[in-house]
Design a binder for this molecule. Structure first.
Ligand code: UT7
Length: 328
């Protein structure tokens, strides 16, 4: 049987760290509110004009080195992002060029915070069907480029960064690599989390800029309710599809959006704290980058070791949601 095995991971972050106290000076908020309502304390913020593809390429390069592969061996580069370098071409083609991955087909996935899960789903399909043997999946965002620093409801939530993972084909009878994937969407709820400006229906104009249409808009409360439900359901479905029991699960790596959403998912799965990876306090919500960054950290810290089983769950704008179960 052909399995998609994780061969290496990497992450890249901008240099600047902004604390809740720094934000108190910009918007009407407090460290106390942000910590209690979200669990976030600091986040990485890229300089204005930075390239998302630079962060993605850095993370991808580390993942390739750890996988002992050269970029020109890659069949596909899949980048989950909603804050790419430009409207077009894709950020993935810039990553391809920066890595020198001549043979690869490179494209983006615009599934917001679920981008990395969608990417894993596709990578697994390509590998299992024999279409590819080596796929680089990246989640990378410079979400602060889309943030309205005058809107306290969103300005305090997001951060920048990129995480990457290389999956390779392995012929094996063992239950290893990607054990299940699950991805869903519901476009009837798109208006609850979106960026209304700069697309075909509202091209940039003096008026659209004045209306601040180029910034992220979110009905936080509505999104929260759906996120709790979808993350919990995705977790259960992901484990079922993988044929893994709660007891066999070693680590839950949830999308890092809000500590209360993570705790609700944890409660549903009845997992102890040591089986749930949380780095939201230091990163904020990095959208598509949150799961691969957490995965890379978890491996580095020895929280996810060879032979262990991890479950990734995500929810994001679209709405999109899903899960992936991986035996490392
Ligand atoms: O990445 C995937 C998609 N995103 C998410 O999953 C995010 C989901 N949503 C959330 O995490 C939460 O809804 C938020 C953190 C965004 C907001 O938390 P909440 O508990 O839902 O607060 P709320 O929106 O109901 O607002 C409560 C109060 C309001 O004041 P009033 O109307 O009660 O007087 C807000 O104006 O908190 C106020 N508020 C703030 N106060 C201080 C909103 N933002 C802030 C802020 N600082 N930054």
């Amino acid at each position: 049987m052909i399995r998609s095995v994780l061969a290496g991971t990497g992450r890249a972050l901008p240099e600047t760290i902004i604390s809740n106290y720094d934000l108190e000076k910009i918007v009407d908020t407090s460290d106390e509110w942000i910590v209690t309502r979200t669990g976030i304390r600091t986040r990485f913020v890229a300089k204005t004009g930075s390239a998302t593809s630079d962060l993605c390429a850095q993370a991808g390069k580390i993942a390739l080195e750890r996988a002992n592969l050269s970029a020109d061996e890659l069949d596909f580069i899949i980048v989950g992002t909603v804050t790419g370098d430009m409207k077009f071409p894709s950020t993935a083609v810039y990553v391809q060029s920066k890595l020198g991955a001549k043979k690869a087909t490179a494209f983006d996935i615009a599934a917001a915070c679920t981008g990395f899960i969608y990417g894993m789903d596709l990578a697994d399909s390509f590998i299992r069907t024999g279409k590819a043997t080596k796929v680089l999946v990246i989640g990378g965002e410079i979400l602060t480029s889309m943030l309205d620093w005058e809107d306290r409801a969103t300005a305090v939530l997001f951060g920048d960064g990129a995480g990457a993972a290389v999956f390779v084909a392995e012929e094996t009878e063992e239950k290893v690599g990607i054990l299940s994937t699950y991805s869903k969407s519901d476009g009837t709820l798109a208006h609850l989390l979106y960026c209304p400006g700069c697309g075909s229906i509202n091209p940039p104009s003096v008026q659209s800029i004045a209306r601040r249409d180029h910034y992220i808009k979110m009905s936080g409360n509505e999104v929260f309710k759906h996120a709790v439900r979808m993350m919990r359901d995705s977790a259960v479905i992901g484990l079922e599809r993988a044929g893994i029991t709660m007891e066999e699960l070693d680590l839950l790596i949830p999308h890092q959006a809000n500590i209360r959403i993570i705790e609700a998912t944890q409660e549903r799965l009845k997992l102890p704290n040591e089986k749930v990876y949380v780095n939201l306090d230091r990163y904020g919500n990095t959208s598509a980058a949150s799961i691969p960054i957490a995965l890379d950290e978890a491996i580095e810290l020895g929280k996810l070791k060879k032979g262990m089983t991890a479950l990734f769950v995500a929810f994001g704008g679209g709405f999109t949601w899903g899960s992936a179960c991986l035996r490392y």
